[in-house]
Design a protein around this ligand. Sequence first.
Ligand code: IMP
Length: 195
Amino acid sequence: MKLVIATRNAHKLEEIQAIFDFTNLEVLSAFDFPEIPDVIEDGETLEENAAKKATEIAAATGCWTLADDSGLEVDALDGAPGVYSARYAGEHGSYADNNVKLLRELADKEDRSARFRTVIALSDPEGNVKLVSGECVGVIIEEGRGANGFGYDPLFVPNGYSETFAELSSEVKNRISHRANALRKAHEAWSELLC
Ligand code: IMP
């Protein structure tokens, strides 16, 4: 069986392949289908976007497809930026712009609790889709710290740690992250389909 991983992000591919042991599958990625356009991520939830990516790429390739969508959900902001995490400060905003906006929105809030969440979708070529999600709970600090990682990492301290995601090594982050937790759940739930 062939499985397509619906990403053009080499780092995500590595992370997925490190958790799954795809011995009996031929694993392809969006890099193998340059003719297929990027899926427009216009869903209102992480679940909708992950399912849309998986089903559209599965239909276009005729292969089982795995896709993910992640975001940062801040309690005092009713779950924002959530599905809009990548474009919180606007379509062309940078990671730094997003972080500035997040700190501004939280300036008068006492509750700084937040979670990163990842939803992973698996679709067959007919569009039958299954979902799992994983999270990493923590707090948003008042000033960014650290140079590793990307996105909101300098502002997020996971529970049980005193360092931000951007101060922790990638080894530690990749063990405790929302993506790692979601991938482990996907592995548990779908190991008979994907091995
Ligand atoms: P994606 O679905 O993995 O592309 O993530 C969407 C957006 O969520 C990213 O552009 C980041 O703003 C944010 N995000 C997702 N995962 C992380 C993370 O591990 N650290 C920091 N920001 C993240």
